[in-house]
Design a protein around this ligand. Sequence first.
Ligand code: PLP
Length: 394
Amino acid sequence: MENESWITPLLRQLQADGRERTLNVLPRAGGRFSIDGREYLNFSCNDYLDLSRDPRVLSRAAETMSRYGAGAGASRLVTGTLACHAELEAALASFQSYPAAIVFGSGCLANVGVLSTVLGRSDVVFADRLVHATIIDGIVLSRAKLCRFAHNDIEQLDSLMTRAAAARRPGFRFLVVTESVFSMDGDRAPLRALCEVASRHEAMLLVDEAHALGVLGPYGAGLVREHGLGNRVNACTATLSKALGSYGGFVACSTELQALLINRSRPFLYSTGLPPASVGAALAALEILRAAPHLGPTLLARAELFRRQLRELGLNVMHSESHILPLLIGDNATALRFSARLKAKGILATAIREPTVPRGTARIRLSVTLAHAEEDLLQAATAISEAARLEGLL
Ligand SMILES: Cc1ncc(COP(=O)(O)O)c(C=O)c1O
């Protein structure tokens, strides 16, 4: 259409910068599958525990859907709260050891919903430089002042908070926000130190456990639980769509904060309740985790093996200390070529470029899942080192 003539030059510019994105249609989810008879290992999938196609998850999803319907039919405050939603919220609260939990349409909506509710224009939020885009979107919507501190830099956070405290009036809120396992770097936040700084400055603390849930902590309850900090972290957000293999998001918090979110959080208020199939799938995944506390440690041990193999080959996996391993490349064009070379060898690993990661740090983000056996990791490491050699990175 004529009034859309501005779009084509913009897309051309993205292409020229190596920043154009296109959809890649795959036959199914999960860490491995075949296309036209050829086996692929998928290292760009967040189905960390390989639960998205687990028969127990699938049958509970189908059962819950046939009992309650394909859709919830209304927003949660109207008639869209079904018994399965209440059951899931109770299960999540107990799993996370928080007094309450509230489910949102996605992890994105959970972050946007909680941040835009607990912060207002007089408040200040201190966010790690590398937090997820959905955290930034929630902050922008809240109209709070945003101060970003260098990644995991507690001293800088402390000094920013000290400076901001000079202009703080009674009732003005401070909030510190981080991820527990960083989505694109695979390293962890220094949660204990963050708790100390936040409490010294009378600030709330919010932790996004999207990549830790199901993997770290007892039974996969996350890094906050691993450190026993639930009574010092106001709220944890997480997603049902990564290790739990389903879809949706949630906030684990106090009953007071839960009530506030129910009353004020717009993504909760103005959106239909989560589809019952997703609720059933998440409930089954939580039961699997409770019965199999070894899943997270098994995944972490496999990731450690892979990390060691890659480092021994001379590859830079940055400060990874989880099942997420970034392979630092640098420029967009090389990262795209690298990804294409891997695909030709049966390894799917998407190139991650700005704005998802800072300019000049384009990378291949590798996530190990339980669908990857040890021999798969060895095969992938060999393919990666060959691609690195061809690109002059080794
Ligand atoms: C750290 C983090 N938080 C939140 C989200 C959003 O979760 P969802 O995919 O459920 O919207 C993601 C997903 O990519 C994430 O990596």
